[in-house]
Design a protein around this ligand. Sequence first.
Ligand SMILES: Cc1cc2nc3c(=O)[nH]c(=O)nc-3n(C[C@H](O)[C@H](O)[C@H](O)COP(=O)(O)OP(=O)(O)OC[C@H]3O[C@@H](n4cnc5c(N)ncnc54)[C@H](O)[C@@H]3O)c2cc1C
Length: 398
Amino acid sequence: MPSTTTIIIGGGVIGLSTAYHLARKHFGRIIVLEKGPVGDGSSSRAAGIITGLLWSKTGVLARKLSLARYRELSDELPGYRFHDVGCLNLFDPADWPEREALLPLYDRLGAPYEILSAAEIRKRWPELTPVDEIIGLFDPLGGYSEPEEYVPALAAKCRELGVEIREQTQVNGFLTRNGAIAGVDTASGIVEGDAVICTVHTWMLQLMETLDRPLPMKAFVHQRYVTAPLPAPLHIPAVNANPQGGYIRPALGNRVLAGGETAWREEFRTPSLDFRMTELAVPPAVGAALTTNMTPLLPILAQTGWESEKVGLIAFSLDGEPILGPVQGLPGLYLGCAFHSGGFAYNPAAGFLLAEYVTSGQTSLDVMAFSPNRFAPGPTAEYLAATVIQADAVRRRH
Ligand SMILES: Cc1cc2nc3c(=O)[nH]c(=O)nc-3n(C[C@H](O)[C@H](O)[C@H](O)COP(=O)(O)OP(=O)(O)OC[C@H]3O[C@@H](n4cnc5c(N)ncnc54)[C@H](O)[C@@H]3O)c2cc1C
């Protein structure tokens, strides 16, 4: 066992997954520093939907890895099960050609799919009622995870494997020695480490500011709702309902989970390292608009109402792809952030790849397209200076 210490900042799904993969490799001492309780950020608020049918080669390959790992994790994590109901991606005729152009990529990379007409969708899942012109792209390997099952199960497995998870421990800056990252600074003192992996989601900008390393990232408030129980279980896949600007899936206890975009919403600037997502709120009109949008697709929603709401943040990089890997010029520092609205889906692969970077300096999958070093200073500064609404940020769903 190497005598190295690896520090992971952030106890969301990206940080926990990284810790888990390092621990599986028996890679010395592994410490997760989390400023709240584990899962305090977006991870406990996510819808947990995953599809493998993304828009780039790197994305599709990383999701293949995630989908395979999720199935293994169902066996490895007591209390967790991947809900392999498939994922149905819906398109209206205007948006379909852009997605249709990606089918050869899916064929080449072995990502399975089925193209379904609205009539076929209605026949296969009678509770769904898309209008005639809708086109469905069904991902038979997709599905969802329940954050309330997955996050505690993953944290428990990390602890069982020897990971030290220190909650209520906020990192305020980095320790550098001879130009390399040598640890972090917390309220209770310095923690030294050979490698530091920063997975703090929208707090990343504040933390990277302490190193004078801006990242072109924008965050937006995002919310999802769960209904009161229905009389019987719902038999539908996870649905990325692009024409409705949202998504729906079955949820625990015969419930339905749904969320949606608020395209008009201005970006959210994380005010400080102390900020917690419990401070976020959305107007009641947002939930009402979601009901109006989604009921024509899933009429059973008219028989129930929203029982609970969770509000969090999603984060986009300048080009819409995740940021993952080592930071040039700062040996020992690795980042994992800007996973758009798909960080839950990415986490098994992201943790695996970050662990590979730390343990061997390279990854088994080419993820240069996700490199933190791909952004030039000029466009980064320009992007950060502008205020954008969500409709003008690169939009990616799950
Ligand atoms: C409503 C909603 C629905 C979503 N639905 C989906 C979905 O269906 N599918 C999907 O794939 N993704 C979805 N997402 C996105 C997904 O939730 C995120 O991409 C993912 O959770 C990001 O994980 P993370 O670990 O990077 O961030 P987080 O879970 O936010 O974890 C970061 C952690 O870092 C901690 N932290 C921050 N600063 C410090 C510090 N200085 N010191 C110590 N700790 C610190 C925070 O407390 C936090 O716990 C959704 C998001 C929202 C809000």
